[in-house]
Ligand binder design. Sequence first.
Ligand code: NOJ
Length: 784
Amino acid sequence: MNNSKQTNPSVTLHEASSQYQSNTHKIKWLAKTIVTLTVSLFLFSCGSKQVENNEEEVFVSELLDKMTLEEKIGQLHQITSQWNMTGPAPEYAQGHEERLKSGLVGSMLNVIGAEATLNAQKLVVENSRLGIPLIFGYDVIHGYRTMFPVPLGEAASWDPEVVKLSASIAALESAAAGLHWTFAPMMDVGRDARWGRVMEGAGEDPYLASILSAARVRGFQGENLADQKTIAACAKHFAGYAFAESGKDYNNVDISNATLHNVILPPFKASTAAGAATYMNSFNTIQGLPASSNEYIQRQLLKGDWGFDGFVVSDWNSIGEMVAHGAARDLKEAANMAINAGSDMDMEGNAYTNFLAELVEESKVDIKIIDDAVKRVLTVKYRLGLFEDPYKYSNKEWEKNTLYSLGNKSAARKVARESIVLLKNEENKLPISKSIKSIAVVGPLADDKDAPLGNWRADAVANSAVSVLEGIKARAGKDVTINYAKGCDLVTSERNFAGEIKFNTTDRTGFAAAVAAAKKSEIVLLAIGEDCFQSGEGRSQADIRLKGLQMELFDAIYAVNPNIVIVLMNGRPVAIPELDAKAPAILETWFLGSEAGHAIADVVFGDHNPSGKLPMTFPRSNGQIPIYYNAMNTGRPGPKNEVFWSHYTDQSNAPLYPFGYGLSYTDFKYDNLAVDSSDPSAIQVSVTLQNTGAVTGTEVAQLYIRDQFASLVRPIKELKGFQKVTLKSGESKNLTFTLTEKELGFYDNEGNYKVEDGMFDVMVGTNSTDLLTETFLLTAEVVQ
Ligand code: NOJ
């Protein structure tokens, strides 16, 4: 359609003006009609929402009225299947079937597949007195059968649409396999690369994590939970889990209230606003209290201030673990504390099923508390449409047609490409020259078809990913010779979700072949990094350097052919200063999922220009951890020519790669940063971004602020906006950002939000270090 304006020379000025008036009249009429229609539609939809809500409430209340105390407690009891355990195996397993048949179980986890879910559901619906369906939950963290990049990798896309797409396909496949509910997204803001679960989150920044977690919730849940293609999300782990001391999983967390509110809670709040149907609490203590017994965050904040009307599930026996923490005398006391604090469902703890009835009889737990928890569980089941048709998700035909479809795989490839970060590219080594004739593909991960699936791989088929070698071969075509050699194994142990890992530190027998392959090739792609089970739950590491013989292999290859592109696979930031010093090019590819090899080839050959940016700082060494860009300044920030400032005497303070960092095959220039603070309620920031390189590229322009002084010390930088922009070679664009109260304030230690007047820095640029800076004064007018 041609939108260009056409002038009609035969129309006189008068005619034009009356035509204009009549048009204006029409436009006004149209606008009025639209407004009226919109308002009526809005009122109608509010009305129909209200009717729906009323129906839901009436249904749930009537059902609740029919339930015995035992049946109510059953709804708060979640058990795992015995064939797929994602936590320490429970000692009991007897009587599961009887309990299910009697309606004394509300939910199962780890039951997957249309057939298994159908059978379990039938057991309950057809045998129990009230036939209340189970809700089936599973850890669908980055895909169900078709694997997408690990969430930390996806976060490198800085793209909510990309993350939403990934979650929506994970939901589609899960729903087709009979599932109703995923234990995701994990939105723990993590600053410690030693903690294995940073792989499951969106990185170190609360602003980025809020946007991406909310997008993930929308992806899982779609517009309507009852839609057969969606599943319920679970915001986890509430709260503070990633702040485990020394990065050791399950360790204690001791942070200020201000850190809780400013850093940890924002993604949770954003996800609640996005409609997250459920929450999971966390294993850790926080300020001396296990999260499962934390009334302040669960009742006061979540269910009170934030208006959350879904339910909170405990983490795996986190209620029982309150005894080991030393917070409860025994399991009964743990149950008492947890239910009163707002933990609605007990995952694999057996605390509620064993003790809640007694606690009610002893008047330690008010029946109203039980009723509220049960209502919440029933409400989510109602919203999923389970009372209409408890079997609707369990359809074998649909499952067969949906899992691992071509469309799902092509989406996985797209998301994988967007997640790759170009860390180094000296002399434009990448993309590979079109005239290349020989490529060595080497390294322990080069032909690994399993590692790219990552750790939380749901129902992925082992060894089903496209390896780097396969991807490169498929793209290179027959005129390019590919010389493959593994070089060495990374691990000697079997890959196992629950097992310990043993690294190969002795077997160098493959080195010679790898060196020979490198020698006879123009360029070497060296695929190294972490084993896929090196990161994830229970996978903390004291040392985040590359393990085993990998650095030795690099040195051996570098000695014969320094033309090396490192293809890094990992689920956490790794310390690779030696690689950075020597290798001319480094690609961060995380664990990219089913289509990893194809996505990597897309970037290596320049079919896709990388635009990923790091969602977490990469340290130079273990000793720098925790290192994060949004730190406080200290009273002695330096640098100085003497020793008395905040630094290490044996290493720079600077990270190896800062938060937000990532290169492109083109260059971008930022210019003309300007701030207009004339309206203090909407500060306008503008900047010109130009693609000064030779090819089209996509840049993530990042905006940071610094509140120079405040009643609580504020970080030296805080991300408060970003825009992902694609520009052709030579093209430029004026970008504008608006800063309001929402971006300029902070929470104090009492949990009160404040916006204080004073001087602010505003910084815009390509990562958290290379920035243009301007300053503005925020006047008292916006301070309430
Ligand atoms: C424990 C993990 O912490 C949690 O994230 C997961 O959802 C549950 N196990 C269930 O597998």
